[in-house]
Design a protein around this ligand. Sequence first.
Ligand code: NAD
Length: 296
Amino acid sequence: MSSIGFIGLGNMGLPMAKNLVAAGHHVTGFDLSQAALTELAAAGGHVAQTAGQAVAAAEVVVSMLPAGRHVETVYSGDDGVLATAPAGALLIDSSTIDVDTARRVAAAAQAAAFDMVDAPVSGGVGGAAAGSLTFMVGGSAEAFAKAKPILEIMGKNIFHAGGNGNGQVAKICNNMLLGISMIGTCEAFMLGEKLGLDAQTLFDISATASGQCWSMTSYCPAPGPVPTAPSNNEYKAGFAAAMMLKDLQLAQEASGSADCQTPMGLRATELYQQMAEKGQEDLDFSGIIQMLKGAF
Ligand code: NAD
C-alpha cells in the first residue's frame, strides 16, 4: 500500500480520493475548502493544512484542480509539490488543463528528478464515484507503468497517449469532437422535426446509417429515443455546458499555438459561449438544442 498525497478534493477529487482510501492506501488530502477536508477525514483519509504537508511523505501525488494556473501554483514555490515531495515520488496531475502548462510543469518536475504524468479523465462525477473513469495519460512508458495500478483503482480504461501533455491533447481533441457532433446532432433533429419527421423515426434510421455518432445513440438531445439521456430529464447535467465550454476553449487555445485551423471547433466554442452568456451553463451540454430552437 502506498502513501498518497491528494490535492484538490472537489466534485471529482473527493470521490477519487475516497476510492484510494477504500483500496487501503494511506491518503493525505489538501484542499482550500475545510468542508472537503472534513469529508475526506470522515471517509478514513488524513488531512493536511498545506499542499507541502500533504505530500511530505508521499510516494505518489495526485492532483485534481480546476485549471492550469492552480496546477502551476500547487506544484511550484517553496511549499509546492516539487519543493516538498520526497525524492522518487510519482506525480500524477488529473486536472484538465492547457497543454502548454501541462508540458511546462512536467519539464520542471523532470528537472527536479520526479516522474510526472498528466492523466486527465472523462466519466464525470458519476465515474469518479464508481471508480470507472477513463484516464488519458501523457508521460514516459516507465512513469505510465508506475501510475497505472493507482489509476486502475479510480478508473476502468487507462490509455497511454504518448509523452507529457499528450493526455491533455487526447482529452481536448475528443471533447472538441463531442461538442461539434452534439451541435450537429441537435441541428439534424431540429430540421427533421420542422420538416415533419419525428425524432424516433430519424433516430431509428440514422442510428444504423452513416450519421451515427455517440451524441445521438447514447445521448440524443431530442427527448424520447434514449431514455437515460438528459433530454428526458429537463437537460439536467450530466456533463454541464460550462465544462464543455472550458474544454472547447482549451482546444481553441491549443489550435492557436499549434497553428491548426479548427473552424468547427471555433463555432462550437462560440455557441457554448452564447449559452453561458444566457446564464444556462449549468444545463447539460445537450441542452444547447433548446438555445438553437430559440427557447432561451
Ligand atoms: P471543483 O471546482 O469541484 O474542484 C476543484 C477543487 O480544487 C476545489 O475543491 C478547490 O477548492 C480546489 N483547489 C483550487 N485551488 C487549490 C489550491 N491551490 N490548493 C488546493 N486545492 C485547491 O472541480 P471538479 O469538478 O472536481 O474538476 C476538477 C478537474 O477535473 C477540472 O480540471 C475539470 O475540468 C476536470 N473534470 C471535471 C469533470 C466533472 O464532471 N466535474 C469531468 C472531467 C474532468
